[in-house]
Design a protein around this ligand. Structure first.
Ligand SMILES: [Zn+2]
Length: 367
């Protein structure tokens, strides 16, 4: 009798594992090999410690942890161990290392084509969302070309020359309160953009070409008045771009994790990272339903040399230390979900993020 009992158990285990294997196989077979859409999410200054602190604050439960494919990224710029957001943004956007302060130009000032421009040239829709002025280093790296990241008015002008479909952030002054007196919002309207300056309008927007400049300069901190801006902006960008049958490329940046790091302000860092992880959850929900979207979550560099030196097991009263007010050269983590995610495991340069996006999109070359 006992013998039959073990045979039944054994049989049950074998069939169960076969079922799991079959299911996994089915999943990968169902999943298209090539993503139709890529959503690149950048936590500016978000190193492993910033993520760990958020993981603890969220009671060991983070949306980013839903991604099974993980990599580590080296962020140095072309001639410095420690990068700034411009050089790192350029590396991810163009596949080329450049000098700190440069926006998608090489060391000789030559324009470097970005993944957003290549996606546009291949008939895809494109968008940018940031919790900073949309002319700031990271979003600017995907659309503008300038050796000086602080040349905001020239960077704003570069937005006119691309086919970008949606951009949402701050920086209205760089478009409308300019030294040259130009009103770039009129130029945008002339190019068919729906120009929006009030957050309340965002929810009901149903058009296809949106320039939403919702703050004169940078948006405030998440807990000092920005509230659900990033959620609304990300949802609206995805909803609008997803109408394009050829697919889309979207970059969403949580810009102010970095500013908390520069201030050595752990609360600021964690509040911004917690919000970022909330938005990651919404984006992964979309990707899970959509099935044709690759989501990539990473950082351009770590800021503050942040570490945790104590606290209780439940994550209460964590003790934080910062070793610098600047960026550090530490590896940053990268998480990927969806078709092509398997290409993003391992340790590699930030420039390889561009190469891998080109590869999984099936874009031969960027010219
Ligand atoms: Zn910074």
């Amino acid at each position: 009798m006992k013998k039959y009992f073990y045979l039944i158990i054994l049989f049950a285990i074998i069939t169960a594992s076969c079922d799991i294997k079959k299911e996994q196989k089915a999943n990968t077979e169902q999943q298209p090999k090539k993503p139709k859409n890529i959503i690149l999410m950048i936590g500016d200054g978000m190193g492993l410690t910033q993520m760990y602190a958020t993981y603890k604050v969220k009671k060991d439960n983070m949306n980013i942890a839903r991604c099974r494919h993980i990599g580590l990224v080296n962020t140095s710029s072309i001639d410095e161990l420690i990068t700034d957001s411009a050089a790192s943004g350029t590396a991810m956007a163009t596949g080329e290392k450049t000098r700190n302060g440069h926006i998608s130009v090489d060391t000789a000032g030559k324009r470097l084509k970005t993944i957003l421009e290549v996606a546009e040239a291949n008939g895809k829709a494109s968008g940018l969302v940031a919790t900073a002025a949309i002319t700031h280093a990271t979003p600017a790296s995907f659309i503008a070309h300038n050796p000086d990241r602080n040349d905001y008015e020239a960077i704003a002008t570069d937005f006119l020359d691309t086919g970008i479909d949606v951009f949402i952030g701050g920086g209205l002054d760089h478009f409308d309160k300019r030294e040259d007196g130009l009103l770039l919002t009129d130029s945008l309207k002339a190019r068919g953009y729906d120009v929006m300056t009030e957050k309340e309008e965002l929810l009901n927007y149903q058009g296809n070409q949106l320039a939403a400049l919702l703050y004169a300069k940078h948006p405030p901190k998440v807990y000092e008045g920005r509230q659900d801006f990033l959620e609304k902006a990300s949802n609206k960008a995805i909803e609008t771009l997803d109408k394009d049958k050829d697919g889309f490329f979207l970059m969403i940046e949580s810009s102010q994790i970095d500013w908390g790091g520069h201030d050595n302000d752990a609360d600021y860092v964690i509040q911004e990272t917690v919000e970022f992880d909330d938005i990651v959850g919404k984006v992964l929900d979309f990707a899970e339903k959509d099935g044709e979207t690759l989501v990539i979550i990473t950082a351009d560099h770590e800021t503050g040399g942040m570490t945790v030196t104590g606290g209780s097991l439940d994550g209460e009263n964590l003790e934080y230390h910062f070793s610098t007010g600047h960026h550090t050269p530490l590896f940053v983590p990268l998480f990927a979900y969806g078709p092509g995610a398997e290409e993003f495991t391992g340790i590699y340069e930030n420039t390889a993020i561009f190469d891998k996006m080109m590869q999984v999109f099936g874009f031969e070359n960027k010219e």
